[in-house]
Write a protein that binds this ligand. Structure first.
Ligand code: I3P
Length: 131
């Protein structure tokens, strides 16, 4: 019902195209592989979809061509910050670290869009944290 926690979380859902690379998997460093991915912030997760070909023009939150997400990142206990300049030569890079030691860089050339994701994800992490 309106005003409930579920309702509040739903109103904060975001989706869009982002550049993303994973830089660590449970503490193990990985070689960067920047990919443009359809990204959805939903509930306690940030979901990255593999196939972006048909997603940008779709108004659907989940592009219908996609069967399963590539990565579902659990935001419980995660931390998000603007990446230090030495982490990437790209602009507007966000660094997301999960509780299990995985790390992702997410990036968008437009300051406004990068800031929107920064605010939305930090907000979400904050809301999950006080449960
Ligand atoms: C990497 C690739 C990445 C770059 C990374 C390079 O080389 O050029 O785009 O990250 O820089 O190592 P390769 O394709 O050979 O793996 P940025 O675009 O984020 O700068 P890094 O080693 O400084 O992370």
């Amino acid at each position: 019902y309106p005003g409930s926690k579920d309702e509040q979380l739903k109103s904060l859902e975001k989706a869009g195209m982002l550049y993303r690379t994973r830089t660590a998997d449970k503490g193990k460093r990985l070689r960067k592989n920047w990919t443009c991915v359809w990204t959805v912030l939903e509930g306690d997760a940030l979901i990255f979809f593999k196939d972006s070909k048909h997603s940008s023009s779709s108004s659907a939150k989940y592009p219908s061509v996609l069967s399963s997400p590539e990565f579902r990142v659990n935001l419980h206990g995660a931390s998000l910050s603007w990446a230090h300049k030495d982490r990437s030569s790209r602009k507007n890079v966000l660094e997301l670290k999960t509780r299990d030691g995985s790390e992702y860089l997410i990036q968008h050339d437009l300051d406004s869009i990068a800031s929107m994701w920064h605010n939305a994800i930090s907000n979400r992490i904050g809301k999950l944290g006080i449960d």
